[in-house]
Design a protein. Structure first.
Length: 401
């Protein structure tokens, strides 16, 4: 069996998912092309060495349909012999793409692969594919799949999280993200030129450093109406010990929608003899897990717990954790169950502040983790994401000196 090494991890900035956002004018293909080119330049990479491109994309519709992993590689000018695979596990898609590509390397099927994700939420809106699980109430109830915000409010209710509790999570995310951006800690960002708007996007656009607890407290609950329409009744039937669902999540303590893409270069140990780069990290373990579907977003907690258990590790054995801020209550559940110290967890903020471009998020988080591990000279790191329906994915990495 081979080992899967991470040679590079790059991403675009996260653009606001609005028409005025800095990346909105680019198609998904145009957003990915500079990353393919950067992988070549930064690593002295001949694309002919790549056996597979695996990309996560949640809303595979319109511009993002048609196996964008394969077609974006062709659009970037990569050889026709490079295979392409597009995967979805909802918001874990980017991290699962890395898992799939890494397994191909470990199995010896490929010497080198590229993995990552893409989501242009300003151009291909979330749920524009009109999936039955979100459009058909009978299917949704039978499968116990509700919208993400409803799951977040259920988690908050189960763990007794108040509005002040979840707003505090959001405030810390904003403060840490702003500090990290201002001090240049996001080293994996590749600036993107938007010719239509006439400027280059260099930083994440969703961070709101002016956020205060007072401004967060003034925002209305976002998912109370969905609860009244039937989501609350479904949840309370499953959890009869609860009297009511606490609707504490707002636009301020939920992930911001964003446009972004990310690519990770993976390979076996011999790849370093064929490119101008050395491995930055090695993948030590990968897991998938599923938690209760009605909690929707708790998979990152289940996956983290499962990975630690399988590897016979404790929280103390891992230097840094990059865990998906899949709404603020998920972080409260994580801290309650695994007791990860604040100084190890999402030290540069999370998607509440920086934005959540669905299929790209997991790959972005992995790059953020590697950047910070190199800055701190940390040895081990764990990244975990949540998908819908309680699904989750986690990867354990070790930094290469």
């Amino acid at each position: 069996m081979q080992q899967a090494f991470i040679y590079d991890a790059i991403r675009t900035p996260r653009g606001r998912a609005k028409a005025e956002g800095g990346l909105h004018d680019l198609t998904p293909f145009q957003l990915l092309k500079p990353l393919y080119q950067s992988l070549e330049i930064r690593n002295g990479l001949d694309p002919e060495l790549i056996g597979e491109v695996v990309l996560g994309c949640v809303t595979q519709y319109g511009e993002q349909a048609g196996n964008i992993a394969k077609t974006s590689a062709l659009y970037a000018g990569w050889p026709a012999e490079v295979s392409g695979l597009t995967v979805t596990r909802f918001c874990s898609s980017g991290l699962d793409a890395i898992n799939v590509a890494a397994l191909k390397v470990v199995a010896g099927q490929e010497q080198a692969a590229v993995a990552g994700g893409i989501e242009m939420m300003s151009r291909v809106p979330m749920m524009s594919d009109r999936a039955a699980i979100f459009e058909d109430p009978e299917v949704a109830v039978s499968a116990r799949i509700l919208l993400m915000g409803s799951g977040a409010d259920l988690i908050a209710t189960l763990y007794g999280a108040s509005r002040a509790d979840v707003d505090s999570v959001a405030l810390q995310s904003q403060q840490r993200a702003a500090a990290a951006r201002d001090s240049g800690r996001f080293k994996s960002i590749i600036p993107i030129l938007n010719e239509s708007k006439g400027y280059t996007v260099e930083h994440d656009e969703c961070i709101r450093p002016q956020t205060t607890l007072e401004s967060l407290a003034g925002l209305p609950a976002s998912f109370a109406e969905i609860g009244r329409m039937g989501a609350d009744a479904v949840q309370l039937a499953q959890y009869p010990e609860l009297k009511a669902i606490s609707h504490v999540h707002t636009a301020g303590n939920s992930p911001a929608m964003a446009d972004a893409s990310a690519l990770v270069l993976l390979g076996n140990e011999d790849l370093q003899d064929r490119i101008d780069a050395r491995p930055r990290a090695v993948i030590r373990a990968m897991v998938n897990a599923c938690d209760e579907p009605l909690q929707v977003l708790s998979g990152c907690v289940a996956a983290t717990r499962k990975l630690l258990s399988q590897q016979k590790l404790t929280v103390d054995d891992v230097d840094l954790f990059e865990i998906h801020e899949a709404f603020a209550a998920t972080m409260i559940k994580l801290k309650h169950e695994l007791k990860i110290p604040a100084e190890k967890l999402n030290v540069n903020g999370g998607v509440i502040a920086m934005g959540h471009p669905l299929g790209a998020t997991g790959a972005i988080m992995l790059g953020t983790l590697i950047d910070e591990m190199e800055i701190r000279q940390a040895r081990t790191g764990l990244v975990a994401t949540s998908g819908a329906a309680g699904s989750g994915t986690a990867i354990l990495i070790e930094r290469i000196n």
